[in-house]
Design a protein around this ligand. Structure first.
Ligand code: GDP
Length: 486
């Protein structure tokens, strides 16, 4: 680590303020104790969060795969009989899907939900999670065993065992589970995907949370960061404020606790960082994600209006120097600084164009700007291992920058800003191939946005604006109907 400044080498706290514990094998997962060397966080986890993480680790170990408790819980699923006794070992099982940014948001949401409801978190073993992330909990695995009895991949919005459908078909609240108070189904499937319906969304209501309490298995499918809505459920509010006295640090702390890239990904991250970024005076991350397209062929452009948006945002906000200086002016400014730009995008065009501008022209203050882009995959390929490894490496590289410019709407950017603890400048979404006005704006907080948030007031039983109920849950900057913690 010769190329990292001496102060950074001495000051880093490998356990991230107590989020992590000693005792894991360092060699099999280098990133776990090394991440701290590459980013500086000013946010300190609360002693209560740390205590709860330790309790959760004990629960994961006591009830996890391979234990007697797990076998009997899985056995209950096989017999599919109603449950009328309680146990210490209840589970949240997360079905994983979607792109990497989304996955990190969904795992974090499910973990916080598990923490709040004293459940064990287990995740889908078939979606490369084990390839790209190390195990987060000591002495146990978070991957669901391969002999898990339910074919969960078949669960969809229309499955009869979904909570929404059970409500709608009066299985719950109607005959069976109301008349037999305390009797619960062995499992409930919670469909919390972006396409969910009214009854599915009742998951976010107090009474429904009370019902779900004694259900041994909750199987969740989601592609979103549903944490903001947990902050609106009365019975979780006190616990959440104890866990997170600084409310906007949920993703920052939990993601740094949960996610540790596997060695080959970590090796490529640290190698790239040291080769291109470490020596710069400032590192500016620019995450470019494009949702517009022209016909089927031009998915990621090249779109000149997006290039203009990136340059205009970075120069107006003084994140990058303007171009057009003369040699004399540069010498007079007396600056001999280097800025490294880390550009990430599926397309190489934007990074190439920014590089061209800065290599062909002087900057007004004499700063040298160098542009690096680790990959350009052209298309999103969610089920390709190498592709996902590159994507995760880039999320981590972005999290090691000093300043972050992200594309609105993108969970890829949310994951990077959250890991970093950086409040990004968000480039607003362009429409009709025109540069939006304003081009970008500073985010309110480092938290991700919950895109398809519910807008139902459970108590009043009518729709309402949930972005106005408490001061710390507001509408997102980039998704006007979404919710985020500020
Ligand atoms: P979102 O769709 O922007 O919300 O982000 P996701 O991460 O959920 O899904 C996008 C997927 O596209 C990523 O997981 C990557 O597979 C790919 N992708 C998008 N942008 C980039 C990028 O800048 N670099 C790389 N390597 N992959 C990207």
């Amino acid at each position: 680590f010769d190329d990292i400044s001496p102060s950074a080498q001495i000051e880093y706290d490998r356990l991230l303020g107590g989020l992590l514990i000693e005792g894991f094998d360092e060699r099999s997962c280098r990133s776990r104790y090394q991440f701290a060397r590459y980013h500086k966080s000013e946010r300190i986890p609360s002693p209560y969060l740390i205590e709860r993480l330790r309790r959760q680790e004990a629960l994961q170990k006591k009830c996890g795969p391979g234990t007697k408790a797990y076998s009997s819980a899985a056995e209950q699923l096989r017999s599919s009989q109603s449950i009328n006794s309680t146990t210490d070992c209840n589970y949240v099982f997360l079905i994983i899907h979607a792109g990497l940014g989304n996955r990190m948001l969904e795992v974090t949401s499910a973990f916080l939900y598990a923490l709040l409801t004293d459940r064990v978190l287990l995740v889908d073993r078939y979606k490369e999670i084990g390839d790209i992330f190390c195990e987060p909990f000591p002495g146990t695995s978070w991957l669901i065993p391969s002999d898990f009895p339910l074919s969960y991949d078949e669960f969809t919005m229309s499955s009869p065992e979904s909570y929404g459908n059970m409500l709608q078909n009066n299985v719950i609240g109607g005959n069976m589970y109301r008349s037999l108070a305390g009797v619960k189904p062995p499992y409930v499937y919670l469909h919390l995907d972006g396409n969910y319906g009214f009854h599915d969304k009742l998951f976010y209501c107090e009474d429904d949370q009370q019902f779900l309490k004694g259900v041994p298995w909750l199987i969740i499918r989601t592609d979103m960061y549903f944490v903001p809505s947990l902050f609106l459920i009365p019975s979780y509010q006190e616990e959440l404020s104890k866990l997170f006295p600084e409310k906007d640090t949920v993703f920052h702390h939990l993601a740094r606790y949960l996610f540790h890239p596997t060695n080959d990904i970590w090796y490529s991250v640290t190698k790239y960082y040291r080769a291109y970024l470490a020596k710069a005076d400032k590192i500016v991350g620019i995450q470019i994600r494009i949702y517009e397209h022209k016909g089927i062929l031009q998915r990621n452009g090249p779109f000149p209006h997006i290039l203009e948006q990136i340059l205009s945002c970075s120069q107006k906000e003084k994140l990058l120097p303007e171009i057009g200086g003369t040699d004399e002016a540069a010498t007079a400014a007396g600056k001999n600084r280097t800025i490294a730009v880390l550009a990430t995008s599926l397309s190489s065009w934007y990074g190439d164009e920014i590089r061209k501008r800065y290599s062909q022209h002087q900057t007004v203050d004499g700063t040298t700007v160098k542009v690096y882009q680790p990959s350009h995959e052209e298309y999103q390929k969610s089920r390709n291992r190498k592709h996902n490894m590159k994507a995760l490496a880039e999320i981590y590289l972005l999290s090691m920058t000093d300043v972050l410019i992200t594309s609105g709407f993108s969970t890829f950017g949310y994951a990077a800003q959250g890991l970093a603890g950086l409040t990004p400048w968000i480039m607003y979404r362009s429409r009709n191939h025109a540069v939006p006005n304003p081009v970008c704006g500073r985010a309110m907080s480092i938290e991700p946005c919950f895109h398809q948030a519910p807008f139902y007031d459970c108590k009043a039983k009518r729709d309402t604006d949930l972005g106005k109920v408490v001061p710390y849950v507001r509408h997102c900057e980039d998704v006007s109907w979404g919710l985020k913690i500020v």
